[in-house]
Design a protein around this ligand. Structure first.
Ligand code: GLP
Length: 244
């Protein structure tokens, strides 16, 4: 079930999400947080850093499990998701590096690595909160639209041409944009006790509509969230304009 929290703008969306996560971590200091990358999450991570630095929000017992990582980029490449997470969040809070999980896009045996990643998710009994963003084409993590099925496990996903185009904005040379990624599958995402989906801006309107009101179909991967018992969609006026 998707509850919609409509907020005026990006800033309010970010603060609202941070408040929920901060409450989760204060109530359960050893929480397991599923984290996402993307411009949507930057405001949320900035606020979590502020809460840590100014209001003693303590991440020392928290575990984080990230959704996805590009294949084939060096781990210090500014386009890779590990680099994004380190610079946007992990380097600024007191999380134990041993409790941080991000898929390794350079793993020698990708299939074995994916199975291990699912074992980690299962070991923790799923995440307490999964933070999500949505792609313009309705993807979540890198579960891309397809005609036939949702993929349950962590897997290597071939990125669609439109995702490659949208994500090329993060690369100096657009041709450098990776063509595949390791992504948590739907079982990992749906194992979260609570999902917080963030959406901001007019470019997300169509995806938000498909996620909330559309048919549950792998053509719009985010629509699977309709089957989850507890999803909070925090979306700004523009992303919600499909409901006006
Ligand atoms: C990427 C990520 C997704 C993210 C999406 C939206 O493709 N794999 O997890 O939700 O982009 O990104 P943004 O927040 O930059 O719009």
């Amino acid at each position: 079930m998707i509850k919609i929290m409509k907020v005026p703008d990006y800033e309010t969306m970010s603060l609202a999400a941070a408040r929920i996560i901060a409450a989760q971590v204060r109530i359960k200091p050893d929480s397991v947080l599923g984290l996402a990358t993307g411009s949507t999450q930057i405001g949320l991570y900035n606020e979590l850093i502020r809460l840590h630095q100014e209001e003693d929000l303590d991440f020392s017992q928290v575990t984080t499990i990230n959704l996805d990582e590009y294949c084939g980029l060096p781990s210090d490449h500014p386009g890779c998701y590990r680099y994004f997470m380190d610079t946007q969040l992990f380097n600024h809070i007191n999380i134990d590096p041993k409790s941080v999980f991000v898929p390794d896009g350079n793993a020698e045996d990708i299939d074995a690595h994916c199975r291990t990643y699912d074992d980690i998710i299962n070991f923790y009994g799923g995440t307490d909160i999964q933070v999500l963003g949505v792609g313009e084409n309705g993807h979540i993590a890198f579960n891309e639209p397809n005609n036939n099925y949702f993929i349950a496990g962590t897997h290597e996903a071939k990125l669609t041409e439109d995702t490659i185009k949208v994500n090329s904005r993060f690369f100096d040379d657009p041709d450098e944009t990776p063509r595949s990624a390791i992504t948590m599958g739907m079982a990992g995402i749906m194992s979260a006790k609570t999902v917080i989906m963030l959406a901001s801006g007019i470019k997300k309107t169509e995806a938000v509509y498909g996620m909330v009101r559309g048919e549950v179909t792998p053509m719009c991967p985010a629509s699977i969230l309709q089957l989850h018992p507890r999803v909070i969609l925090i979306a700004d006026t523009e992303a919600c304009s499909c409901f006006d």
